[in-house]
Design a protein around this ligand. Sequence first.
Ligand code: AHM
Ligand code: MG
Length: 336
Amino acid sequence: MSKRLGVTVSRQIMDSQKLHPEATGELSGLLNELIVAGKIISAEVNMAGLADILGQSGKVNIQGETVQKLDDFANATIKRRMEQCGYICVMASEEEEEIIPVLDGYEGKYTLAFDPLDGSSNIDVNVSIGTIFSVHRKLSDGVKGTEADLLQKGSLQVAAGYIIYGSSTMLVYTTGEGVHGFTLDPSVGEFFLSHPDIRIPAHSKYYSVNEAYTNYWFDSTRKYVDYLKEIDSETGRPYSLRYIGSLVADFHRNLITGGIFLYPRDRKNTTKPEGKLRLLYEAAPMALLVKEAGGVAITDDGRDILEIVPESLHQRVPLIIGSREDVETAKKFYLS
Ligand code: AHM
Ligand code: MG
């Protein structure tokens, strides 16, 4: 049967809401608003090459509007849609220093952290990029959301996911009942269920890491990656390297085919060795997705990503994420 006759994302969201008789429909409303923002961003991303040409010749697009950089556009689109959706009380964006309030009178009971366009340095070369989101329940009293409402550990997320703008646009999300993938049919503007109940293979043969940083790596990373490259047919080595340099694309690939992604601490930053990826906007949402799909996400000192309580909005964290058995093997190298 054509997937276009199957389940739409709004239907799936409604069905999972019915599993919770206490649900008010606010989370469903929130997700539906985000999806609209994702569709708008997807349309713009697909036009990026043309927008660039128009941008260079006067910075005005075909509608007479100023051409914005795509990451600014994605950020503004999500902000504008969500600040008056009535379902959230405060937001944080990877693109903005401070918390983002919602409009007075539109405060809801959830918080939203998002990376509007992750991997945006890849836009110009047509590599897949994506929007990542993470939703928590508001904790504080009072109407307005606070920074503390956003600084909650990943295990308390009520929803997390991403929209990948790739060869097709896909939404992959979880509300704690498995991970589901939907593909956008742009001709009708609808996401249809294409990947129900995604499970990441327990064991893989792929690793994703920026290997150009070998000389910045600490020994544990070097030894683990050397191990993956050894020849041993019994354990399926050497693994193959797949690194796109766009977390959403690397993660998505590994989620579907199995794989392990590493962005460990290294010596690039000489004053404070740390990973590059942000806990709130990148690591925590991906960690919930991978867990719901049967995988694991840890730091390079073996901590569960989902149990880290953020101390600041833009905190970075070393990230090792992917197929369960692969992460377990990696952990042995990092903890030995
Ligand atoms: P961004 O949020 O500024 O786009 O940076 C995050 C991106 C990730 O998508 C990707 O995994 C990583 O940066 C790649 O970094 P590097 O070029 O150091 O390998
Ligand atoms: Mg990012």
